[in-house]
Each structure stands twice: as C-alpha cells, then as structure tokens.
Design a protein around this ligand. Structure first.
Ligand code: PGA
Length: 255
C-alpha cells in the first residue's frame, strides 16, 4: 500500500568523478535486481552533482533528491538553492530538516515547515527528518519531541500534500555514531509517528505515508529494521557511499 524507500544521503562527500562512479555502480547493481514497483531508490548527492546525476540516471528507476532547499522560489539569497531549481534539473525529492541542518545551520521547526511546504509547491516530495537527542531520550521525552517536530513540520500541509511526503525518523544519537536504534526502539517511534499522522489527518492517510529510519543503517542491521511493521525503508548516510553496501541495504528490503 505504501512505498518502501531506500535513500542515500551523501552529505558533503563525493566530487564529480567519485559521484559519477558511485551512481553508476548503484545503477548497474539495481539493474540486475528486478526492483519491485513499490520500492523506490533515491540518491541525494551534493547540489553540484544533481544535474549530472539526474541525466545519468534518467533511463533507470533511481530518483534523485537534494539535501536541502531554500523556502523561497527565487531571490537575493546568495548561496542558496530553491525548490523550482531542484525540480528543473530533474530532482523528485529533497531532504528537509536533517538534524545536521537543525543543529549546525540553526534550522528551527518553523523553518523546516516552510521548507517542506516550499518543496511541495515545487512538486518535490520532502523527506522530513525528525528525531530526539540522547538527552531527550534519557529524560523520557521522545514522544513530546517527535510530536512537536512532526506537528510543526506539517503545518499548512493538507490531506493531498501529506501523501507526497516521506517522514524519516532519525534519532540524533544514532546518526554517524554506529549506534543504531534497536528494531524495537525504532518501531516504537515509527508507530508513534504514524499515530500522530492519524490524529492530524486520518488513519487511512497515515497508512499511506512512508516512514523511514535513519541512523547507522548497515547491511548487517537493515533486514531486522525492515522487518518491523511501521519501518518502510531507510535514509542511509555512511553506508550509502559505497555501491556494495548501499546495494546490500536495498537487497535487505526483499524477502
Ligand atoms: P548515517 O547517517 O547512516 O551515517 O548514520 C544517516 C543520516 O544522517 O541520514
């Protein structure tokens, strides 16, 4: 009913040559896989590679996404990139509210909301990231933090927009640390997010939104995570920088 999504977040890694080689490797690997129609593979390279990779991957089913966007379509915002620009080079997705953007670039909940809406306005599907810090988890505030982040991010997004969104649950303490949430911890958070969607929209819509997990996903732990009923795929950082490990994670979605 809902799509399984495996997205690679390359962050600030890969130059043109390296990015082309990685994209080609993933493309070759997926060609032989006979991917199911409900499985979507997305690459989110640095912005300077987007146009080139969109062209390189145009003949296959892999989609391309940006790592962030500005909340305005154009204007005097030196260094920024807008939704219509991403769309014009062939992107279909954009990551919004990644914890690195929230902490290092001071993106607030309101900013995340503006960006998610800007993405939808540009006909891009936002991959909206939420997740608690280790302190918030230890203080028993996971539900409170996720509720706030999800509710704020989705303000102004209506029934017809939410089904074009992807939610990524990325506990901050699991990103790039090698500490993955256990499948049970991740499932609990994903269930919580789906219940939130049901209360904001309705149960039927909540069942249609893909909620993916991010935070030290590897070929070793992917299958157990994907076995959970509310985990619909992964947002992969480190393990997406090598074709073999990324392909192994894609493979782990299959029975
Ligand atoms: P990681 O990154 O897989 O390297 O933990 C995930 C992310 O930041 O999206």
């Amino acid at each position: 009913m809902r799509k399984t999504i495996i997205a690679g977040n390359w962050k600030m890694n890969m130059d043109l040559e390296g990015g082309r080689a990685l994209a080609d490797g993933i493309k070759m690997g997926t060609l032989g896989m006979d991917l199911a129609a409900e499985l979507r593979v997305i690459l989110c390279p640095p912005a300077v590679l987007l146009h080139d990779l969109c062209n390189r991957l145009s003949e296959c089913s892999i989609k391309v996404g940006g790592q962030t966007l500005h909340n305005k379509p154009s204007g005097a915002f030196t260094g920024e990139i807008s939704g219509p620009m991403l769309r014009s080079v062939g992107c279909h997705y954009v990551i919004v509210g990644h914890s690195e953007r929230r902490t290092m670039f001071a993106e607030s909940d309101i900013e995340v909301c503006l960006k998610a809406n800007a993405a939808l306005d540009a006909r891009l599907s936002p991959i909206i990231c939420v997740g608690e810090t280790i302190t918030e988890r230890e203080e028993g505030r996971v539900k409170e933090v996720l509720s706030r982040q999800v509710r704020k991010a989705l303000e102004g997004i209506f029934d017809f927009g939410i089904t074009d969104c992807v939610i990524a649950y990325e506990p901050v303490w699991a990103i790039g640390t090698g500490n993955t949430a256990t499948p049970e911890q991740a499932q609990e958070a994903h269930r919580l997010i789906r219940d939130l969607l049901a209360s904001i929209y309705n149960a039927e819509i909540a069942e249609r939104v893909s909620i993916i997990y991010g935070g030290s996903v590897t070929p070793q732990n992917a299958r157990d995570l994907f076995a959970q009923p509310d985990i619909d795929g992964a947002l992969v950082g480190g393990a997406s920088l090598r074709a073999d490990s990324f392909l192994a994670i894609i493979n782990a979605t299959r029975p």
